[in-house]
Design a protein around this ligand. Structure first.
Ligand SMILES: [Zn+2]
Length: 169
């Protein structure tokens, strides 16, 4: 098994039926690293390339990672196990989708060559919840710290600032 090249060459890899497996660190993926707090944890990536119906390049992938995020209910760390799996068919005409079974997700007019890191990042980001929370019933930070209520700014003061900044432009 070989490591994944920096750039994916779609047609060439698919024709050769290449299979890759590599262990990355979270920090190798800048856009993921930006939103999580565990830069040194591992991301395992398996990719296999193949041709469907003699001409449609496809990528099947399996990614495993753990992300540490701030729970939006209690504001302490929550760790989530993610396992993005995908089976993508890269088509040139929309009607090519009819030749494929439902297990494929179709991508129209992709570049022939693209960044491996950016590609995997996109597949991982869609599996990260927008509002991460503990699966157990954690206590809301609002209930724990009533002082925060008092510190909250007068919303009209913020509105006033906005008006002023608009005026100065
Ligand atoms: Zn929580």
């Amino acid at each position: 098994m070989q490591g994944i090249p920096t750039n994916i060459k779609l047609l060439s890899f698919s024709k050769k039926g290449l299979i890759f497996s590599q262990i990355f660190s979270v920090k190798d993926f800048p856009r993921i690293n930006e939103i999580v707090t565990n830069p040194n944890d591992k991301i395992t990536v398996d990719l296999s390339f193949f041709i469907e119906n003699n001409r449609i390049p496809c990528i099947e992938g399996n990614v495993k990672l753990e992300v540490a995020l701030d729970c939006q209910r209690c504001l302490t760390e929550v760790k989530l196990q993610l396992n993005p799996v995908f089976k993508l068919a890269f088509i040139i005409h929309e009607n090519q989708a009819d030749e494929l079974d439902d297990s494929f997700e179709t991508i129209l007019n992709a570049d022939e060559e693209f960044s491996t890191i950016e590609f995997i990042t996109d597949e991982v980001l869609i599996t990260i919840p927008m509002i991460p929370m503990h699966s157990h019933d954690c206590q809301s930070y609002k209930d724990k710290s009533p002082i925060m209520e008092q510190k909250r700014e007068n919303p009209f003061a913020v509105l006033e600032q906005l008006k002023n900044s608009n005026r100065s432009q």
